[in-house]
Design a protein around this ligand. Structure first.
Ligand SMILES: [Zn+2]
Length: 89
């Protein structure tokens, strides 16, 4: 059974991406594009998939690609997104 917070995150992913975040994360799938063979550029990106379920491509799409070397900005966006998606543990 999901608690209310988990349910809220599921609903958010469903309405944003039309896909279950839980299933995507556990199956190593991207919640947005449905890609399975996920490779990540760095540890931050890998962690991001663990939280939001987004693959590298979709993270770049949302947060800006590697050309934008301003990781601070990415972290600001992430911090915002994680208010919705972050796990408690
Ligand atoms: Zn993706």
């Amino acid at each position: 059974m999901m608690n209310e917070l988990e349910q809220f995150k599921e609903d958010s992913a469903m309405s944003l991406f039309g896909r279950s975040r839980e299933i995507a994360r556990k199956g190593g799938q991207c919640v947005k594009c449905g890609e399975f063979n996920l490779e990540f550029r760095d540890e931050l990106s890998r962690k991001e998939h663990g939280i939001s379920g987004l693959c590298q491509c979709c993270q770049d799409e949302i947060f800006g690609g590697p050309e934008e070397d301003d990781n601070d900005e990415k972290e600001i966006v992430l911090n915002f997104a994680h208010k919705i998606f972050k796990d408690k543990e």
